[in-house]
Ligand binder design. Structure first.
Ligand code: CP
Length: 315
């Protein structure tokens, strides 16, 4: 099946076949990342602009590395160094980047729907690097890629997402991908942060940590997204940790082979204890590493590349 999508805006509107194509392309690109020359010429001559108007460590560096591994020219800038601080609109900023002959824009923005908006006013592809509490599609893709590396097929596998689901774009993207991949997804946390209406996305909702974690093969922790909350959704961080923080005792309820995931940034001692985040079951840093190959696949495909045409010959 040819790839014919120019933008990556959400995982909600991706098909299972498209997720499979991205993962297969990422697996091919991952092979070059272990070589001494970690570069292919797939996007030579293209210019990618990373427009990050919200803070980021992992996603921004990962997109930049992915573009460089594909031999693209890459320009990254953030809110503090852009003319948005002088009142320029997102639309004007993006249209100027397009006028400077950029070939693709990667956008992180606090407003849900901003990548969709840009995709409608620009002629070049737009990749969503996280929009408000809406979606973080490349994070969902790299998380499910990492799960598949460890578990193989996700069909019927019990995956628990624990924490602040309500304000999490990572949770939404993962739910959409995992449901399409056939996983049995349980969302758990306080009822204020895990409302029942999430069942409409195809996941189970639970407020009972012990039964939710029982026999789970994957647990993904999410931090409390204070920056998106206008009021407190639980009495105190200490109380949250006491009821829902992952510690050694609670990790003992998981399937013995379960992997522990977190998209980062971690708040150690709040949603997860350090000995688990750094322990043998943690794949947190593998997620980060896989982000490069997955973002290479997304940049390549949205730039007009075809999955079957991937070449891993060095530059
Ligand atoms: N996981 C994630 O999006 O991290 P950053 O905010 O550091 O990019």
């Amino acid at each position: 099946m040819p790839w014919n999508r120019r933008h990556l805006l959400t995982l909600e509107d991706l098909s299972l076949a498209e997720i499979d194509q991205i993962h297969a392309t990422a697996a091919a690109f991952k092979k070059i990342l272990g070589r001494s020359v970690k570069k292919v010429p797939a996007l030579r001559g293209k210019t990618i602009v990373n427009l990050f108007l919200e803070p980021s460590t992992r996603t921004r560096i990962s997109f930049e590395m992915a573009a460089k591994r594909l031999s693209a020219d890459v320009i990254s800038f953030d809110a503090a160094s852009s003319s948005t601080t002088k009142g320029e609109t997102l639309r004007d900023t993006a249209q100027n980047i397009q006028a400077l002959n950029a070939d693709l824009i990667v956008l992180r923005h606090s407003a849900s729907g901003s990548p969709l908006y840009l995709s409608r006013v620009l002629d070049i592809p737009v990749v969503n690097a996280g929009d408000g509490a809406h979606e973080h599609p490349t994070q969902g893709l790299l998380d499910t890629f990492t799960m598949r590396e460890h578990l193989g097929s996700l069909r019927g596998r019990k995956v628990v997402i624990l924490g602040d689901i309500l304000f999490s774009r990572v949770a939404r993207s993962n739910i959409h991908a995992l449901v399409k991949l056939g996983a049995a997804v349980t969302l758990v946390g306080p009822s204020t942060l895990v409302p029942d209406w999430f069942t409409a996305l195809g996941a189970k909702v639970s407020h009972d940590l012990k039964s939710a974690l029982a026999d789970a093969e994957v647990v993904m922790l999410l931090r409390i997204q204070h920056e998106r909350q206008s009021s407190s959704h639980f009495p105190s961080l200490g109380e949250y940790t006491g009821m829902f923080g992952l510690n050694q005792t609670r990790a003992g309820w998981l399937n013995p082979k379960a992997i522990i995931m977190h998209p980062g940034p971690i708040n150690r001692g709040v949603e997860i204890d350090s000995d688990l985040a750094d322990g043998p079951r943690s794949v947190i840093l593998e997620q980060v590493t896989n982000g490069i190959a997955v973002r290479m696949a997304v940049l390549y495909l949205c730039s007009g590349g075809q999955p079957e045409a991937v070449t891993t010959n060095a530059t």
